[in-house]
Design a protein around this ligand. Structure first.
Ligand code: PGA
Length: 253
């Protein structure tokens, strides 16, 4: 049985005060959920404060992106070593907003993935098709291309210490959720892509679903065989909602 993961992607939201309250409320409810991994991914500048607040708890710290480069003349970037230095254990790479709005190509995402992995952090690799791609029937081709770029760059071994998040672009922040069956179909394909290279790594790989996950739909998604948790955006900013999702992942909702 794979341990489920619920990761909260705060995106460009928060303030010192709002974060303190949110984290305190999450910690209050998360303490007895020891069989689920819970990860909070605030904006870069809040990582140290959130890290301090969750220290000693069962909640872990993640970042929303990382530079492919280790250091140097890359204004505005933050390296994986810096993220490790401030206490991150996980880093989201290739989120669809990075891909669509900030020019992250499959190759750039693979570079970020490599940098995170080389620092001993766990990449949460986001993949997913747009509405246009789904409607034109190329969902699986897109998924294969996105995962293929990472496999080409680093091989399959790093996937043993990584997480993949399937986030159909049309479901992110739209209130439209993939049905459990739609998500399962892609998740199972993701696992088979990895299994073609290494069956053992594929069997242990955690594959998260993301895209309008809420307290109300989490349990039915997590009940699917290849859905090992969620990457949560909007609902991660509401402690009660986020905790309902965490409880669904822990199997006691
Ligand atoms: P959402 O975002 O839950 O608000 O749809 C998910 C994500 O972008 O990670």
């Amino acid at each position: 049985m794979r341990t489920r993961i619920v990761a909260g992607n705060w995106k460009l939201n928060g303030s010192r005060l709002a974060n303190q309250r949110l984290v305190a409320d999450i910690l209050g409810g998360a303490a007895d959920l020891s069989d689920t991994e819970i990860i909070l991914c605030p904006p870069f500048v809040y990582l140290p404060a959130v890290g301090e607040q969750i220290s000693g708890s069962n909640v872990q710290l993640g970042a929303q992106n990382a530079a492919a480069q280790a250091s140097g003349a890359f204004t505005g970037e933050v390296s994986a070593a810096m993220l490790r230095d401030v206490g991150c254990s996980h880093v989201i790479v290739g989120h669809s907003e990075r891909r669509a709005l900030f020019g992250d190509t499959d190759e750039i995402v693979a570079g970020r993935f490599r940098a995170v992995h080389e620092q001993g952090l766990t990449p949460i690799l986001c993949i997913g098709e747009s509405l246009e791609e789904r409607e034109s029937g190329v969902t699986m081709t897109v998924i294969e291309r996105q995962i293929g770029a990472v496999l080409d760059a680093v091989g399959v071994e790093p996937l043993a210490a990584s997480v993949i998040a399937y986030e159909p672009v049309w479901a992110i922040g739209t209130g439209l959720t993939a049905t459990p069956e739609q998500a399962q179909e892609v998740h199972s394909h993701v696992r088979s892509i990895i299994a073609a290279r290494d069956a053992k790594i594929a069997a242990g790989l955690r594959i998260l679903y993301g895209g309008s996950v809420k307290g109300a739909n989490a349990a039915e998604l997590f009940a699917m065989a290849d859905i090992d948790g969620g990457l949560i955006g909007g609902a991660a900013l509401d402690a009660a909602e986020f905790l309902t999702i965490c409880r669904a992942a822990a199997g006691n909702n």
